[in-house]
Design a binder for this molecule. Structure first.
Ligand code: SF4
Ligand code: SF4
Length: 264
């Protein structure tokens, strides 16, 4: 079950220009208290960064540190940091030194104490923010002042947002249909392409994928070598699969050659 301490959420919609006072550093009395008993949904780029940081495969990372849940609205799979397995604490927090993966910490950790919301509007995606004010967090008593925008920039969250935006858009679009997707094959495909990049690479190069889809040689080389290129290729591939699945007329058959599965 996805958990957010709703009592701590301030019911005020913030914009990028909204101001707040906050500072977190190893000297605060609550140091690392926020790294437990919470829900961290991992984005595709979070997983990419963490598995590279730990020098393990995506499959190993998923098996050791995460659990899978279905996103209620879209039916698509989400990956959560499995804190229950580590006594309710994040597996990467240490009492004295704090976060041992700090420069590769997930987007949620970068944003905190700001929370993010996303809506589909006629003009596209509308991103908004809110403040999470948990009682134990003493960072609000510190003197640094931020806007949401300057906080995002300072924490490197902007870059994560840019890479994850296609993933968020897919979840939202499926949610907006109003009928969660329960096709297990599609859910598993989404899970592999978005979260298990090393498996996705094997799928491309070791299955009949390249007999079915034409991929330009230089792109093929890039996705073979570079996880970020592979993730971006994955976004385009999934968008195409979801479009085909939504169409009543098109059925993808082995041997069909739909539009090249290359990023625009
Ligand atoms: S990844 Fe780091 S910052 Fe995020 S919860 Fe874990 S220890 Fe804390
Ligand atoms: S509870 Fe707040 S101030 Fe304390 S370590 Fe976490 S973010 Fe920083």
């Amino acid at each position: 079950m996805v958990y957010l301490n709703m009592q701590a959420v301030r019911p005020v919609k913030l914009t990028l220009n909204s101001r707040f006072r906050f500072r977190c550093h190893p000297g605060v009395p609550c140091f690392t208290e926020c790294c437990g008993k919470t829900t961290i949904i991992l984005t595709p780029y979070d997983i990419l960064r963490l598995k590279e940081r730990l020098s393990i495969t995506s499959g190993e990372f998923l098996a050791r540190y995460t659990r899978r849940e279905e996103h209620e609205q879209s039916g698509l799979p989400l990956v959560l940091m499995d804190m229950e397995r580590f006594g309710g604490r994040c597996p990467f927090v240490r009492p004295v030194t704090g976060c041992i993966v700090y420069s590769d910490r997930p987007a949620t950790c970068r944003y905190y104490p700001v929370g993010q919301g996303l809506l589909i509007t006629e003009d596209g995606l509308d991103e908004f923010y809110f403040m999470i004010k948990e009682e134990h967090c003493k960072g609000f008593e510190e003197d640094a002042e931020w806007t949401v925008q300057s906080w995002k920039e300072d924490q490197g969250a902007d870059y994560y947002d840019e890479i994850n935006k296609e993933w968020k858009a897919m979840l939202l679009r499926r949610s907006s249909v109003g009928k969660p997707d329960t096709d297990r094959r599609l859910q598993d495909l989404f899970y592999m392409v978005m979260y298990d990049l090393d498996q996705f690479r094997r799928f491309i190069f070791k299955s009949r994928f390249l007999q079915i889809f034409h991929v330009e040689e230089d792109l093929l080389q890039r996705i073979y070598e570079d996880d970020l290129e592979l993730l971006q290729f994955g976004y385009n591939y999934l968008k195409m699969v979801l479009k085909i699945q939504d169409s009543k007329d098109i059925r993808l058959q082995a041997g069909d050659k739909p539009a090249p599965a290359s990023p625009a």
